[in-house]
Write a protein that binds this ligand. Structure first.
Ligand SMILES: NC(=O)c1ccc[n+]([C@@H]2O[C@H](COP(=O)([O-])OP(=O)(O)OC[C@H]3O[C@@H](n4cnc5c(N)ncnc54)[C@H](OP(=O)(O)O)[C@@H]3O)[C@@H](O)[C@H]2O)c1
Length: 276
């Protein structure tokens, strides 16, 4: 069966790379992001290059209506009316209802996210709560919906893009990522027995739009700490297929995280200050 992969934040950085690598494997895609222009352009390029079905959902995941439309797509595909309805996978669902005849989502990639440049107490509480929501509440909500249809099929994959920041004292960003790493460890044990793999992918610094969008200065980060999104996603797909709950792309970050576990917190916090 052709896989159908739903990716949040699929128009830039790591999410766009997941879309490219899954398309190259012949998977159909459901791409989610807010800006409809880049979304349609990304979908057009992937259809033309890989001849796969690509749906788009233009949605702000921090908005109740936007989140609900993505949840609705995750619930679609197993009902009798979905199985027998005519149609393919090339529809846009930006206007509302999931496309008729849509196939069930077999892989969910929770990737959309952003950082806050200032530390916790300097931010408005509302900004912190929205940041917590995009990194924890949204992936949990989408994972919950995905599991409702994956568990009965005894098959499925849920990938959440966390961060090495989840292994270090790194403000609310690290705390949010740590929550998803912990959840993925437990969920992979629990739902792995039912055929659903759950993996937290934990990259270090990756060349994407992330730091520019948050207004962070990248100049203090040495070159050898930067990863290419292609490598991050290749290792993520490899480790997910192997059933690993946690993927730390690259040898250098495997070593860094191993050292971070035994080094004093004050030292790790100082070194990680710029890390995401
Ligand atoms: N880059 C790094 O160094 C790094 C390291 C470790 C972990 N990560 C994690 O990797 C993930 C992806 O980051 P990235 O570096 O690839 O970021 P990016 O290049 O800035 O891309 C972010 C993507 O998310 C979408 N997005 C943002 N807010 C959204 C919202 N409210 N609703 C729907 N879509 C939204 C953006 O599109 P729109 O703006 O059109 O919505 C875009 O497609 C994040 O979870 C991040 O925490 C990044």
């Amino acid at each position: 069966m052709t896989e159908t992969v739903l990716i949040t934040g699929a128009t830039a950085g790591i999410g766009a790379e997941f879309a490219r690598q899954y398309a190259a494997r012949g998977c159909d895609l459901v791409l989610v992001a807010r800006a409809s222009g880049p979304l349609e352009e990304t979908a057009r390029a992937l259809r033309a290059r890989w001849r796969v079905g690509v749906e788009t959902i233009s949605a702000d995941l921090l908005d109740d209506d936007g989140l609900e439309r993505v949840l609705a797509r995750l619930r679609t595909g197993d009902r009798p009316e979905d199985r027998h309805a005519p149609g393919g996978t090339d529809g846009s669902t930006a206007a509302g209802e999931p496309a008729a005849g849509a196939a069930p989502v077999t892989v969910l990639v929770n990737n959309a996210g952003y950082g806050l440049v200032r530390p916790f107490a300097d931010n408005e509480l509302d900004d912190e709560l929205r940041h917590l929501r995009i990194h924890v509440e949204v992936p949990l909500a989408l994972s919950h919906a995905a599991l409702q249809s994956m568990r009965p099929r005894r098959s499925g994959t849920i990938i959440t893009v966390a961060s090495v920041a989840g292994f270090t004292p790194r403000g609310t960003y690290g705390a949010a990522k740590a929550a998803m790493i912990s959840f993925s460890r437990w969920a992979n044990l629990t739902y792995g027995r039912e055929g659903v793999r759950v993996t937290a992918v934990c990259p270090g610094f990756v060349h994407t739009e992330f730091h520019q969008r948050m207004g962070a200065d990248k100049t203090g980060v040495p070159g050898f700490l930067w990863l290419d999104a292609g490598l991050v996603v290749r290792e993520a797909l490899h480790d997910t297929a192997a059933g690993k709950a946690v993927c730390i792309p690259s040898v250098r970050y495997k070593v860094i995280t191993a050292l971070a576990r035994v080094a004093p917190s004050s030292l790790v916090a100082r070194l990680a200050r710029r890390g995401r």
